[in-house]
Design a protein around this ligand. Structure first.
Ligand code: GAL
Length: 676
């Protein structure tokens, strides 16, 4: 059904969706007609409407004002613009908060949020849930069959973590479902330690106001619970709108590298993964992290197209320094998303707001109006997005997968008491992803529950916490012929955050063919020399392991220090597969060399080998065609790319053969017959 719903959306917008958040409730009626006229000029075919409009839709409890929304929906429809209608539940109105202050989330330090921002709700609050369900139902009753409606956008960027009474009650219910009885909970949380044993369920609370250290299993479960509590809010609203109508997609917008919601659990509940992404234009290579996010979002629903729901046309307003996107960068970033599987290019927001916190946030229609650089770029991109219609619905194939797992992330970063407590999971993952990006490999992102059979290589960055099913999946992947590239401090604890028995790395000792006697985090400034079998040396720092080979062999050993002669990188045959384990933090070049060498040895195909790093090359495909995206991130020099077989550049409509020249910050999208 999901695929049929997304197909319906594609048909509705005629290919890729183009548009943004539209907030007519912040503007006088007189502006609406101009908005719609300019939207048409810019090629907009979809707008997200009403995202924070609860106070305008239900100005007093039980009093509804839908007249303005009726008018806007009609106007958009008359102009051929479809609506992604939002439930407004990310912004509970002042009257609700005034009547029921307990809706406001209490933070970990015990302080309660005040009114004045958004996302000011405790997801476990029954009052919040009741009122959210009510406004959702009213909207669905009124608009489910409005001809403008093309998609539902449930709430916005689910995220608050709350430590309220209601959260404690919800947490207890969640724990009862998970563990059944207190004895099992006590066991799972190792509560004999520091005498934290619970003898009644009413003693179990959310982990608020800790005096420094806190039970790490309890925190881990609280993270899981919070993600699930938010998900329950989404599902409740989704089910309401779905009960009225079953044939249009329902989504919510996720965030970039967002730690508080396990998107692997969320994605199956919605029709498409939808991403809001704001790469910082001040960071010269922020597009590499974007590429990872785009791959993740495509992978969240098993390779299906995803939706780029929000991005900025130029500067944002949420950071201390908000620099502009230079000419061409907005286009390039948008095409980058499409090249990695997005079926939409959407922005926050259509028209720049005059007041409020985001008054300096860029928009498709900036304060300077249609005679502006931004609007010209927006209109041009709208035209090009139209030309890319054939790409909609197509997919990508990859032979390399990178494990990205929220439980592992929480394990590494939420808790104190590890051998070192400054892990950055995102940085670690990016260290592993960057060389794959630089060498133009197509990459999928996987969870421990994904089907690993399409891949030749599985990259496992610092997977500290992996549950038994995850361990079995990784192990089986290697046993049946895959190559696992794994980095240190992996497979250490079980799903309850308890150290696995029989020596480190309990879960993966046989897999890596070595036992680790002790983890040796480096002292500040400490560096080591590592020597490879071919005599090359490299430096390493940050982490070492006192590793003792069992079935594994050393790919590299320490050339100095107390661990001199001991393995720093291990290779092991396992079943019919191979495992390479990094027991230290190698300098990036050396790490890249080993990783890319393993990909080559595993026979991973790479059609773009040798092309410059700053030329991003990806392929989307359908049954008959492939769509070759060539994106030049360099602002100075053009790149000439030998094409092989000829095709048509969708952006120019011209035949492409021989060699294409991709200008600085430019792009080509070549459509051609798919190779046999
Ligand atoms: C998003 C949010 C939008 C807007 C935008 C600004 O996180 O969903 O409403 O605030 O950021 O960049």
């Amino acid at each position: 059904m999901t695929d049929a719903r997304m197909r319906a959306l594609r048909d509705r917008v005629g290919g890729l969706a183009y548009g943004g958040d539209y907030n007519p409730e912040q503007w006088d009626r007189s502006v609406w007609r101009e908005d719609v006229r300019l939207m048409r000029e810019a090629g907009v075919n979809l707008v997200s409407l009403g995202v924070f409009a609860w106070a305008s839709l239900e100005p007093e409890p039980g009093t509804y004002e839908f007249g303005w929304l009726d008018e806007v929906m009609d106007l958009l429809h008359e102009n051929g613009i479809a609506v992604n209608l939002a439930t407004p539940t990310a912004a509970p109105p002042a009257w609700l908060i005034h009547r029921h202050p307990e809706v406001l989330p209490v933070m970990a330090d015990g302080e309660r949020f005040g009114f004045g921002n958004r996302l000011h709700y405790d997801p476990s609050s029954p009052i919040y849930r009741e009122h959210a369900a009510n406004i959702t139902r009213r909207l669905a009753e009124r608009y489910s069959f409005h001809p403008a409606l093309a998609m539902w956008h449930i709430s916005n960027e689910y995220g608050p973590t709350a430590y309220n009474e209601a959260a404690s009650a919800g947490f207890r219910r969640w724990l009862r479902r998970r563990y059944g009885d207190l004895e099992t909970l006590n066991e799972a949380w190792t509560t004999r330690f520091w005498g934290q044993v619970y003898t009644g369920w009413d003693q179990v609370e959310v982990p608020s106001v800790p005096r420094t250290w806190m039970n790490p299993s309890r925190i881990l479960d609280f993270k899981r619970f919070t993600s699930d509590a938010l998900l329950e809010c989404f599902v409740a609203e989704r089910d309401i709108v779905r009960s009225f109508r079953d044939d249009i997609p329902i989504v919510t917008n996720f965030m970039r590298f967002y730690r508080n919601a396990d998107y692997w659990r969320w994605a199956p509940e919605e029709d498409a993964a939808a991403l809001d992404i704001y790469p910082d234009p001040a960071e010269p290579d922020s597009h590499v992290a974007s590429a990872f996010q785009f791959d993740l979002f495509r992978s969240l629903k098993g390779g299906r197209p995803w939706l780029l729901m929000e991005q900025a046309t130029s500067a944002v307003s949420q950071w201390r320094l908000n620099v502009v996107k230079e000419p061409g960068r907005m286009r390039l970033g948008s095409l980058q998303a499409v090249s990695r599987g997005a079926d939409s290019v959407m922005f926050f927001q259509w028209r720049a707001g005059r007041g409020g916190h985001e008054r300096f946030h860029s928009a498709m229609l900036p304060h300077s109006g249609p005679e502006s650089r931004t609007f010209r770029e927006v209109a041009n991109l709208g035209r090009e997005v139209g030309l890319l219609a054939p790409v909609a619905g197509t997919t990508t194939r990859a032979e390399v997968a990178v494990l990205f797992d929220w439980n592992g992330w929480w394990g590494l970063e939420e808790l104190w008491g590890l051998p070192r407590n400054d892990f950055s999971y995102v940085e670690t993952v990016m260290r592993h992803y960057r060389p794959l990006w630089e060498h133009h490999y197509a990459v999928d992102v996987v969870s421990t529950r994904s089907d690993l059979s399409p891949y030749k290589v599985l990259v496992v960055p610092n997977a500290y916490l992996v549950d038994d099913e995850g361990v079995a999946a990784v192990t089986e992947f290697a046993r049946s012929g895959g190559t696992v590239v794994m980095s240190f401090f992996s497979g250490v604890v079980d799903e309850c955050n308890r150290v696995r028995p029989d020596g480190y790395p309990g879960a993966f000792r046989r897999l890596i063919g070595a036992k680790i006697d002790e983890y040796w985090p480096a002292r500040p400034g400490e560096r080591f020399t590592v020597e490879f079998a071919d005599g090359r040396t490299a430096t390493a720092d940050w982490w070492r392991e006192d590793i003792h080979l069992e079935t594994g062999t050393a790919l590299a050993t320490y050339a100095d220090g107390l661990l001199k002669g001991r393995a720093a990188v291990v290779a092991n045959r396992f079943g019919t597969g191979r495992v390479v384990y990094f027991a230290t933090l190698l300098e990036q070049d050396a790490f890249d060399r080993v990783l890319i060498g393993e990909l080559r040895a595993a026979g991973v195909g790479n059609r773009f080998d040798g092309l410059p790093t700053h030329l991003e090359c990806t392929v989307r495909e359908d049954e008959g065609h492939e769509y070759l995206f060539l994106l030049n991130h360099d602002a100075e020099a053009a790149v000439a790319v030998p094409l092989g077989s000829p095709g048509t550049d969708l952006l120019t409509g011209l035949p492409a053969s021989g060699e294409v020249s991709v200008p600085p910050l430019g792009a080509a999208v070549v459509r051609r017959a798919r190779p046999a």
